[in-house]
Write a protein that binds this ligand. Sequence first.
Ligand code: URP
Ligand code: ZN
Ligand code: ZN
Ligand code: ZN
Length: 483
Amino acid sequence: MTKVIKNGTIVTADLTYKADVLIDGGKIIEIGPDLKGDEVIDATGCYVMPGGIDPHTHLEMPFMGTYSADDFESGTRAALAGGTTMVIDFALPSPGEGLLDALKKWDNKSTRAHCDYSFHMAITWWGEQVFNEMKEVTDRGINTFKHFLAYKGALMVNDDELFASFKRCAELEAIPLVHAENGDVVAEMSAKLLAEGNTGPEAHAYSRPSQVEGEATNRAIMIADMAGVPLYVVHTSCEEAHEAIRRAKMNGKRVWGEPLIQHLTLDESEYFDKDWDHAARRVMSPPFRNKQHQDSLWAGLSSGTLSCVATDHCAFTTDQKRYGVGDFTKIPNGTGGLEDRMPMLWTEGVNKGRITMNEFVAVTSTNIAKILNCYPKKGAVLVGADADLVVWDPEATKTISASSQQSAIDYNVFEGKEVKGLPRYTLSRGTVAWGDGKIQSTEGHGEFVARDAGMPVTKALSTWKELTAPRPVQRSGIPASGV
Ligand code: URP
Ligand code: ZN
Ligand code: ZN
Ligand code: ZN
């Protein structure tokens, strides 16, 4: 049975044109005028775009003494309701746990997904087992490894471990990711703040100024360069980090930065709210920043020095946030955003003229599909691509509210925001998963997307590094020893 999306305007990362899209067997089989199919999806007045890809989620993740509240069931429902058709979640071994054991857990959790998904693997400790298992992880279609420079005493790795893991990534032609905040400095600043009576959620922001992010971003970039590997910097939130990424790019380094929709649209004033719950619900790392940092992130998106907009969706209920009453360091770090990323970015980005529609597609879908090596299966409107599509109604409006969201938590950090631009339909491999204002997908429809290592960019970089590697100078004569 074929489906045809009719009367819409296709918007991709580089083209805007009127055409119908014919779908069969979950794939796009034809694009052109006046196509016919067994079932018609009306896109009159709408844009037909690649479904969003969120490269950064934490679904049902064990963290800070609890589990993030959205699992693969509610999390992927939220994704589809907001026009996102694929999520990349982080398989997270606890320190000492094997990578393959962690992967088994993530395989089990993800059986409930409504949309397609893939995994990054986190490197939370270092040893021979991790070194060996990294190869098997890449053989199983995971070509990205995440490193935390924050969360001292828990997930953090030191520079020697970082360098060892980056070199292993280079050998495997995989890409390392980094959470760039200086965990040692954060730990000291946190202890001092607590000792001085700064126990509320605002102290979370005081403990992680932009310098700790700028320093760690620059350090990770330089270590990646010495290891001869590209680097993807997650949740870039400030000018100092963006500056390091910009400089690296201008110097020919293969580095990408990922701002979050939260950092683009919410600022540090949230932490000064008199309501403890309001402030604690917004505690995440890095914290929200001031307007100058936000301007820098928007400039990065329009200039191309920042590449992808993510959510870092890691949702905790108010009750979970209250673990940190009296001690801000115990507030579980993380916020939601999966359902709101695309509408908020369209509203604040496209509607305000900060980015074009094509740039919107690039930063919500196509760029990350290319970086992660799943393009054009994902992130494209092309014959042969998966029919992961969003029929986007630029005139549709809503007020974001926890009362109508898919996420399992009891609040929304974007509560009350008016958005204009919403999915009319979201299709996951040709199946209408969101339409007529409700979820129509089935639990378990989502499939794992394997992503091979050995991307063109890693090959290019290893070729260049090999050509320019240190070599002994061949000399004609060696002087006699001076002894
Ligand atoms: O606060 C955050 N970002 N929580 C999720 C874990 C991480 O650091 O990405
Ligand atoms: Zn992080
Ligand atoms: Zn409030
Ligand atoms: Zn994260």
